[in-house]
Design a protein around this ligand. Structure first.
Ligand code: ADP
Ligand code: ASP
Ligand code: MG
Length: 411
């Protein structure tokens, strides 16, 4: 008898009909003898609806209240699924993050899990009741409701699987696995049967929202067997496994598009020790993740500094940077949210010279200007204008020979 954590994303529970389908799937797994712990996201679109409501009041709501608001989406969905399961004759019980408890740090809207004990869920499972856990949410050490960042229900599921020592964590979503690029923007993307934790971590961190990045970190750390499946079509799936289990390796595994990127430029700042620190320290203190950083060549003791941050942090970051800019006498601060980041990811990058040049050539052939570049062992990222984002992904995907040729034959 296997113990399985099943997570259903927003599109899989978008309506009562969807919730009924999910309930049937769970009851047939239970009838087969498996013990199931369910994790749900909010009903599709609900988190965005709630966010919009608060943004109508103010662009910068207090993190504590934003989390209290957003957590209701998952709470409602978990109760609706538990009610549906009970109506089908299966015993079920919903749980919020506070009830488990799933304890996090105090960083509202992107909290990290500190502790999650399996006791309550084990008790419930022993009574043959199916727990239905509200994903994405926790409770901070100071007793406030927190959320784990957009897409965070995946992380709830993997954390539960690790804590319960489950046999497997299944992520049910609206695609039948991980592809070489988002199939919704790159129709020639190829399905991947097995991908390593490290490559999935890079893809997720660079915008492949099919998995929440933190969930992959946890799955790798606790060696949770993880599989991505479709709620709507059961033929294929993607296993996320250790690198050694992958026989066939390509230089580039996938191409991603990250839309949640903005850049801030400080124009004509003094070029002396400590200035970058003064600018970036307040952002670090506010838990704002600064990604690419570029400093221009100094002229007459002055320089320009540009860096990227998540667009969701742009208002807060602009406020903090403007304060420092005044202090250090910057000529101007410019904020730009009209950009995206296209990245090529693969463990072959470090051993294959010329990969970056191939990507730059492909973008230049489409007349796409590269505004910023960063590279690491596993990836090459280019910041480009937002309107070229999807074209950029398809172009780079094609340039690395990732296009699905079967698609061309059949279409
Ligand atoms: P859920 O609500 O089930 O968590 P998400 O919308 O968060 O679903 O994630 C699934 C979506 O991820 C897909 O619909 C697809 O558009 C997107 N996606 C982005 N990159 C990839 C990729 N490389 N492979 C598969 N899907 C991807
Ligand atoms: N409902 C949250 C979101 O839309 C969390 C999740 O779906 O995983 O981001
Ligand atoms: Mg998701």
């Amino acid at each position: 008898m296997a113990l399985i954590v099943r997570k259903y994303g927003g599109s899989s529970v978008a309506s009562l009909d969807h919730i009924r389908q999910v309930a049937w799937a769970i009851s047939s797994a239970r009838d087969k003898g498996d013990r199931i712990v369910v994790v749900v996201s909010a009903m599709g679109g609900e988190t965005n609806r709630l966010l919009k409501l608060s943004e109508e009041i103010t662009p910068m709501p207090a993190g504590r209240e934003q989390d209290a608001l957003l957590a209701t989406g998952e709470q409602a969905c978990s109760a609706l699924l538990a009610i549906t399961l009970e109506s089908l004759g299966h015993r079920a019980r919903s749980f919020t993050g506070l009830q488990l408890p799933l304890v996090t740090d105090n960083v509202h809207t992107k909290a990290r899990i500190i502790d999650l004990k399996p006791d309550i869920l084990n008790q419930v499972l022993d009574e043959e009741i199916t727990p239905v856990v509200a994903g994405f949410q926790g409770v901070s050490e100071s007793g406030n409701i927190t959320t784990l960042g957009r897409g965070g229900s995946d992380t709830t599921a993997v954390a539960l699987a690790a804590s319960l020592k489950a046999d497997c964590c299944e992520i049910y979503t609206d695609v039948d696995g991980v592809y070489t690029a988002d199939p919704n923007i790159c129709p020639r993307a190829r399905h991947i049967e097995k991908i390593s934790y490290s490559e999935m971590l890079e893809l997720a961190g660079l915008g492949a929202k099919v998995m929440h990045v933190r969930s992959i970190e946890l799955a790798q750390k606790y060696q949770v067997p993880l599989v991505v499946k479709s709620s709507f079509n059961g033929e294929r799936q993607t296993w996320i496994v250790n690198e050694e289990e992958i026989m066939e390796n390509s230089i580039i595994k996938g191409v991603t598009l990250e839309r949640n990127v903005s850049k801030i430029s400080l124009i004509r700042i003094p070029d002396r020790p400590g200035i970058a620190y003064q600018i970036l320290e307040p952002l670090a203190d506010a838990a704002i993740n600064v990604d690419m950083i570029i400093q221009n060549v100094s002229i007459d003791g002055y320089t320009d500094l540009t860096f990227t941050i998540p667009t969701t942090d742009l208002n807060k970051a602009s406020e903090l940077v403007n304060k420092v800019a005044q202090k250090i006498g910057a000529l101007e601060v410019k904020a730009d949210n009209n950009i995206v980041k296209v990245s090529a990811v693969g463990i072959g990058i470090k051993t294959n010279p010329g990969v970056a040049a191939r990507m730059f050539k492909a973008l230049s052939e489409e007349n796409i200007n590269i505004e910023m570049i960063s590279t690491s062992e596993y990836r090459i990222s280019c910041v480009i204008e937002e309107k070229y984002g999807e074209l950029g992904v398809r172009t780079v995907h094609h340039a690395f020979g990732l296009d699905n040729t079967e698609h061309t034959e059949t279409s």
